[in-house]
Design a protein around this ligand. Structure first.
Ligand code: NI
Length: 176
């Protein structure tokens, strides 16, 4: 079921979410199905449970080709519960981000260039990856939602924040 995505200004987006404790349950399957439906309907690259008002440490992300990020490499569809991120090295990279909770906007955000992430899938099986580039960026963006952080809070120079259609005229970014 497609759920309403909370928008910036809603205090629920600023909460610390709590760890998931029970795996392989019908409730979790329903939550994940709703998140997947909602992300697909809005052409998102990822979605965190608190964005649909569920304060649990659950994110999904991934895409083959995303119209909102036409130049980004594909990222495998991933379900990640109770994630732990560990930066690898000091390098940071700036990149443009949007968010389904901040519709119509883009901002230039610094992120760790490389990181390891660990977490559990929907059945509680461990998952661990070392990633870089857009994959690393998406994970950091989605996991920030679990700590009540929205990407505009990470923008270093607010002159690099604005409406997508003004920043990138002619690109079809209307549905974020
Ligand atoms: Ni977001």
């Amino acid at each position: 079921m497609i759920r309403e995505v909370l928008r910036m200004g809603d205090p629920r987006l600023l909460q610390q979410s709590i760890p998931l404790e029970r795996f392989g349950t019908p409730q979790l399957a329903e939550l994940l199905a709703d998140m997947r439906d909602t992300m697909a309907a809005l052409n998102g690259a990822g979605l965190a449970a608190p964005q649909i008002g569920v304060p649990l440490r659950v994110v999904i992300f991934g895409f083959e080709h995303n119209e909102r990020y036409p130049d980004a490499e594909s990222v495998p569809f991933t379900i990640l519960c109770n994630p732990v991120l560990t930066p690898l090295g000091e390098a940071m990279e700036d990149g443009w981000e949007g968010c389904l909770s901040v519709p119509g906007m883009r901002g230039l955000v610094p992120r760790h260039a490389r990181l390891r992430y660990r977490g559990l899938d929907q059945d509680g099986r461990p998952l661990e990856r070392e990633v870089s580039g857009f994959h690393a960026r998406v994970v950091q963006h989605e996991c920030d939602h679990l700590d009540g952080i929205l990407y505009p809070m990470r923008i270093r120079d607010l002159r690099q924040f604005g409406f997508s259609e003004v920043l990138f005229p002619g690109e079809d970014l209307a549905d974020d």
